[in-house]
Design a protein around this ligand. Structure first.
Ligand SMILES: Cc1ncc(COP(=O)(O)O)c(C=O)c1O
Length: 466
């Protein structure tokens, strides 16, 4: 915080009698709105003048131009990690952030990522700027991974792909595109959804509203509510869908339900917009997890898809992802791509190269690609194992007859426990289990060894707190 220092000098013989300010300022006083500053720097805290009891004092005046900026609230997801760090209890468990941990609850760097990085080091590649749209080899690899290399949308060059700053940055680019070229169009988002979706559309000044998704009674999908709300959306609205492993609920539509969702979106002339942050991480299969997106593309629909490599390649901090827009013609795709680049240029100029090279190397090399798939199956498998063990522990420990099978029906990193805010607070305050206040836990941060402890915490919170 900036502050100016006013030097006030007294000429009085008695230092304590009075303080006059007339001609004693040593600096030049400049008044610009609320600020005061001095051109000459002379800083003295209550110094006695040399002669005749002169007293100079310096008064700190808070003149920040940022007085009107209030303190922002902590991020509801990232704030959980801060609170976890501050807790000194040995039993503490961080199930807040969706980041994969080993069975020992350590962060994990994929072996295949290390191999790709070694290759990059050996090749001694340079650090020149990338083009605005990113690394060409990455853009090709990422679109092929999403649609399948033989997909007509790729063969017909109908996909506009630009590298983005991971999933978040890619969503933000698309939001800016919507704001610019579809003025007034709103985005429908699921209730609930990943917390950052609302921030992204708010900041891009894109109006949004929610469609029903989660049914607290069944801890499952409110499919009828979802369809009814999508059906009622104004023509030309965008419908944001989670490609797989819905965050925060872990509840995905069945293949038949996806067909019905596509029917409604098509009939009502809406525009599907997928957020694919967990490809391969939900089922362990890259193709199976992309099937929702491929279904829409196969119907000849124009589709927006944001991708992220944070989870499936563990590249959280490399900020690597992509924005893809499937268009009805190659010409439209070229125009859309030119506009995405135009949006990116003043935002961040061009994207970072390191993560893009890792993805391009892994996806582009058949041996590394197979190793990645095996590692992803291992990660997805570990999460499935803790999901099963958590369910077993809940079922055997809870004698109330409550049906906990919803835990097994969910998919991906997360489980929506159905715990309300007070119950989630109890999980943290009493049991040192850190989680978001909507009742979401990240199973990727859970070990088999901690499942029983977690089950005790959930049962206690569920039955003993309202
Ligand atoms: C649904 C969803 N979309 C997008 C993201 C974006 O993540 P990132 O910006 O790290 O790629 C996440 C991360 O948690 C997510 O859960």
């Amino acid at each position: 915080m900036a502050s100016s220092l006013l030097s006030i000098t007294s000429l009085s013989s008695s230092p304590s009698a009075s303080v006059s300010t007339e001609d004693s300022f040593r600096g030049r006083l400049k008044l610009h709105s609320s600020s005061l500053s001095f051109t000459k720097e002379k800083i003295n805290i209550f110094s006695n003048g040399k002669s005749s009891g002169r007293v100079s004092m310096v008064v700190a005046v808070n003149t920040s131009r940022f007085e009107g900026v209030p303190m922002a609230p902590a991020d509801p997801i990232l704030g959980v990690s801060e609170a976890f760090k501050a807790d000194t209890n040995d039993l503490k468990l961080n199930l807040g952030v969706g980041a994969y941990r080993t069975e020992e609850l350590h962060p994990y760097v994929l072996e295949v990522v290390k191999k790709a990085e070694n290759l990059m080091l050996e090749r001694g590649e340079n650090k020149e700027y990338l083009p605005i749209e990113g690394l060409a080899a990455f853009n090709k690899a990422t679109a092929e991974l999403l649609f399948g290399a033989d997909n007509p949308v790729i063969k017909e060059q109908r996909v506009a792909t630009v590298q983005g700053l991971s999933g978040t940055g890619s969503l933000r680019l698309a939001a800016a595109l919507i704001e610019r070229y579809f003025p007034g169009a709103k985005v429908l988002i699921s209730a609930p959804t990943w917390g950052n979706h609302k921030n992204i559309f708010n900041d891009a000044r894109v109006p949004w509203s929610e469609y029903r998704y989660y049914d607290p009674k069944t801890v499952g999908l409110d499919f009828e509510g979802m369809i009814a709300d999508i059906e009622a959306a104004p023509e030309g609205s965008f419908v944001l869908l989670h490609g797989c492993a819905h965050n925060p609920t872990g509840i995905d539509p069945t293949p038949e339900q996806w067909e019905k969702i596509a029917d409604v979106i098509q009939e009502k002339n809406l525009i599907p917009f997928f957020d694919v942050a967990y490809q391969g991480f939900a089922s362990g299969s890259l193709d199976a997890d992309a099937s929702s997106v491929r279904l829409f593309a196969a119907r000849g629909m124009e589709v927006l898809i944001a991708q992220s490599y944070s989870k499936n390649l563990g590249l959280y901090s490399e900020r690597i992802g992509a924005m893809n827009v499937v268009c009805s013609s190659a010409d439209a795709a070229a125009r859309v791509k030119s506009q995405l680049k135009r949006i990116a240029r003043p935002m961040y100029s061009n994207p970072p190269i390191h993560g893009a090279r890792i993805v391009a190397n892994v996806v582009g090399d058949p041996t590394l690609f197979n190793e990645w798939k095996a590692e992803m199956e291992m990660m997805a498998g570990r999460i499935k194992n803790v999901r099963q063990k958590l369910y077993d522990s809940l079922s055997s420990k809870d004698k109330s007859g409550k049906d906990w099978s919803f835990v097994l029906k969910q998919i991906g990193m997360f489980s929506f426990t159905g715990l309300n805010k007070a119950q989630s607070d109890n999980m943290t305050d009493k049991w040192h289990v850190y989680m978001t206040k909507d009742g979401r836990i990240s199973l990727a941060g859970l070990s088999l060894a901690k499942c029983e402890y977690l089950a005790d915490a959930i049962i206690d919170s569920y039955h003993n707190v309202n």
